[in-house]
Every structure is written in C-alpha cells, then in structure tokens.
Design a protein around this ligand. Structure first.
Ligand code: FES
Length: 127
C-alpha cells in the first residue's frame, strides 16, 4: 500500500457510507471500462441537493477509497454540481493516485453522475 496517499489508505480501511439504501431517489451501476470493476451508487435528494449517498463497489483499493471519498465529497452538492464532477477532482482530492491507478477514480465520478441522471429521468416519468 506504500504507493497510496494516506487519505487513500484511510478511506480504504474505513470506508464511509458503504451499503445499501432503501428506496433511493436515484441509483446507477457502472463498470470501469478499463478493468471491469463495478460500483453501484444510491442517492437521496432533498431540496435539489444530495442528502445521502450509499454505495457498493467491487474493485481495487483505490476504487473502494475513491467511492468512500466521493460519497462524502458530494454531500450537500446541487445536482448540477454532481453532474460536473470529474475524476480529476476526486483523484486530486484524495491526495493523488499512482499513474496506473488514475482510471480507478473514474468509477465514482461516473456512477454519481449516472445516479443523478437516473433521478432526473424518474422525475421526468413522474415517479
Ligand atoms: Fe479497477 Fe481500480 S483496477 S477500479
């Protein structure tokens, strides 16, 4: 684990917001196109902002750590802010990732953006 920042190790060893949410307002499961690792994310939305995040990730230590970090990062964000979330923001926020692990931060960013899209599509369907 010596290649990882202290924050990556800390989130990997003590993941925040891991688990399942009952009746989420939006959810998505995405696979990392590079390695096939997967993340499911569920969000609760209140007053146009992210009120709660839960996630389940099957992946490498940076995938777990960035899932945890991102779930805390977006608390209270507007949906537009989440849709503008980039993997660079996550990778930099967590103290950097080794070059061959940069792709691991894609998972959390993609999954959160997809969960917001799911929420918006549910609104469009009136559910
Ligand atoms: Fe797959 Fe890191 S190796 S997300």
């Amino acid at each position: 684990m010596g290649q990882y920042s202290p924050l990556v190790i800390e989130h990997f060893e003590h993941p925040r917001n891991a688990g399942v949410m009952e009746d989420p307002d939006g959810e998505a499961t995405v696979a990392n196109p590079v390695c096939g690792d997967r993340m499911r994310v569920m969000i609760r939305v209140r007053d146009g902002r992210v009120a709660e995040v839960r996630w389940q990730t099957r992946g490498c230590p940076p995938a777990i750590a960035t899932s945890s970090f991102a779930s805390e990062l977006v608390q209270g964000w507007t949906l537009d802010e989440v849709e503008a979330l980039t993997r660079e923001r996550i990778a930099e926020g967590i103290g950097g990732l080794p070059p061959d692990k940069i792709h691991c931060s894609v998972l959390a960013a993609d999954a959160l953006r997809a969960a917001v899209r799911d929420y918006r599509s549910r609104l469009g369907r009136g559910t």
